[in-house]
Design a protein around this ligand. Structure first.
Ligand SMILES: Nc1nc2c(c(=O)[nH]1)N[C@H]1C(S)=C(S)[C@@H](COP(=O)(O)O)O[C@H]1N2
Ligand SMILES: [Mo]
Length: 406
């Protein structure tokens, strides 16, 4: 097996070149920081001409590969240094990998509706368009920061990004189909099938209230360009404020039902204890709740861990977001000193992240800086996130150690 090339099994995905070593399923030795170079952004050669002039630099960029088949890769934090995260830097997560979708893909709406719909791709654009920026974060982002250790994709900090999503409101589609009063849940199934019959399908559902929220979108565009296949193109669900597992990619079937979706990925996976339990304690299913809204969180984008910097004024910067409401403030502490207010700057939209900065002139030597966000509900980023067996929703205070060298 040639360890230098990872070729996707889908004809519409151009070859992705992998540098360094790739994981063991390719019978190559896995390394901690496998990198995938370059052109995930090159997947979107057929750009939609954008009316909102979005200017995003898509220089070649390396993602950290956490799994190769299917591709799971996160953004090194220094790549999160812009309001909108460029497509070629955006983390990628999928259970089974991108499916082959025929170009005449049809979106179905069925179940408890007056009029089942079969909408071919050329009709999606006729539904009133909606655009919004929103953070997409995997519920397992930060899993590797929990202790004791948790099995699963070992995300550190970068399974998150902020993008502008364009499509139509799910609500408008459901109203076209005329859903009945008994419909309490909306099930979503993508075109990605499990690799074998024993693996459950990635079937998920939203409560009807969340499905009818005007911010819940069926999106065909990301950052003003056609939604790339790796990110769920031709269409995906966008559920601003909620964890990535709800953002179904390669969306194909939408079914209205009186019940929550059946199956592993809804009833067993993506659930957390209602109240924290000590590591190792087993929680009964009825004492768990689904992972829904994201929690308040901030990250340093620069400097990053282990940086060696020249003396002088340091422009510290980062990003901060929350699930509902706004980021109210970000505080920074240097070398275990008191918390001081950082400056929030750039665009301020519900569900998107805020950029922040903090200037400081460190003395030569080793330093530790910490960042803590607070949101408009008064929720404060905790020292550590309570341990939970799947490692969901880590939002512990971010900490970075670096050195100033003469
Ligand atoms: N159809 C389908 N949709 C999916 C998934 C998947 O495996 N299949 N993974 C989900 C998870 S867990 C996350 S975190 C996001 C990741 O979206 P991204 O790859 O665009 O970053 O997609 C979600 N949508
Ligand atoms: Mo996820």
């Amino acid at each position: 097996m040639d360890c230098r090339a990872l070729r996707y099994h889908n004809e519409s995905i151009p070859e992705i070149e992998v540098r360094g070593r790739i994981p063991s399923m390719f019978s190559c030795e896995a390394s901690r920081r496998d990198v995938i170079r370059g052109a995930l952004g090159g997947l979107v050669a057929s750009a939609i001409p954008s009316s909102s002039a979005i200017d995003i630099k898509e220089r070649a960029f390396e993602l950290i590969v956490r799994g190769g088949a299917p591709l799971n890769a996160e953004t090194p934090v220094e790549g999160l240094d812009s309001y909108l995260t460029p497509m070629n830097r955006f983390f990628v997560r999928s259970h089974f990998g991108p499916p082959s979708i025929p170009t005449d893909q049809i979106l179905r709406v069925d179940g408890l509706v007056n009029k089942p719909l079969e909408l071919a791709r050329d009709r999606w654009g006729r539904i009133k368009q909606a655009t919004l920026p929103a953070v997409l974060q995997c519920s397992g982002n930060g899993r590797a920061l929990f202790s004791p250790r948790i099995p699963g994709v070992g995300w550190e900090k970068g399974a998150v990004g902020n993008a502008e999503w364009t499509g139509f409101r799910l609500k408008d589609l459901l109203e076209m189909a005329g859903f009945s009063a008994e419909a309490r849940h909306v099930h979503f199934l993508g075109a990605d099938g499990p690799p074998n019959p024993k693996t459950p399908a990635f079937l998920r559902s939203l409560p009807i209230e969340r499905a009818l929220d005007p911010h819940t979108l069926v999106a065909y565009s990301m950052n003003g360009r056609e939604l790339p296949r790796l990110h769920g193109g031709p269409v995906r669900l966008v559920v601003p404020g909620w964890a990535g597992n709800h953002w179904i990619k390669w969306l194909r079937t939408i079914t209205l039902s009186a019940e929550e979706a059946p199956g592993f990925y809804q009833r067993t996976g993506y659930r957390m204890p209602r109240t924290p339990v000590p590591p190792g304690v087993n929680v009964k299913p009825e004492d768990t709740v689904p992972v829904t809204a994201l929690n308040v969180k901030s990250l340093f984008v620069s400097p990053t861990e282990g940086h060696r910097l020249p003396p002088g004024e340091l422009k510290i910067h980062g990003v901060a977001w929350t699930g509902a409401g706004r980021v109210a403030r970000v505080d920074v502490s240097v070398d275990d000193g008191p918390w001081s207010l950082a400056e929030l700057h750039g665009p301020d939209h519900e569900y998107a992240w805020r950029l922040w900065r903090f200037d400081w002139t460190p003395t030569p030597g080793r330093h530790v800086i910490r960042a803590r966000a607070t949101d408009s509900s008064g929720a404060v980023q905790p020292e550590k996130t309570p341990w939970n067996k799947s490692g969901y929703l880590w939002n512990g205070i971010d900490s970075v150690a670096f050195e100033v060298v003469r």
